[in-house]
Design a protein around this ligand. Structure first.
Ligand code: SF4
Ligand code: SF4
Length: 120
């Protein structure tokens, strides 16, 4: 029996799998260049919600990143977000960031902060 295709974000986060129908590669942050401005978190649509803060910087979960590109180009002031066709799965110890209390796409207080970032 074939596996179900991961659906909307909560299901994708629970399945920890990237939908096969996403043909664009996910993005990756060059963390040594990142200035932690949070613009990429704010730019990523909440329905995808792929960028997280962690100790030592920001990270994109490839399984949640459709490769839409909204976080790249002029969004990132130092242009340190690139396509990652050879992506590796998100390490298991990071997954609690998604859908947990610090999830920037579900926590209302963080959403307010992100709205301010968007208005820059
Ligand atoms: S490419 Fe799109 S889905 Fe991926 S992190 Fe950037 S804004 Fe989010
Ligand atoms: S937009 Fe660029 S510089 Fe700002 S937090 Fe994201 S990756 Fe870092």
């Amino acid at each position: 029996m074939s596996k179900p295709v991961p659906g909307p974000r909560p299901q994708r986060a629970a399945a920890r799998e990237r939908p096969e129908k996403w043909h664009r590669p996910p993005m990756r942050i060059e963390s040594n260049e990142c200035i932690s401005c949070d613009a990429c978190i704010a730019a990523c649509p909440p329905s995808l919600g792929a960028v997280f803060r962690r100790d030592g910087g920001l990270v994109i979960f490839p399984e949640l990143c459709s490769g839409c590109g909204l976080c790249t180009g002029p969004t990132c002031p130092v242009d340190c977000i690139q396509e990652d066709p050879d992506w590796s799965p998100t390490s298991q110890d990071l997954w609690p960031l998604a859908l947990g209390p610090a999830d920037p796409y579900t926590d209302p207080e963080t959403r307010l902060t992100l709205d301010r970032v968007r208005r820059w």
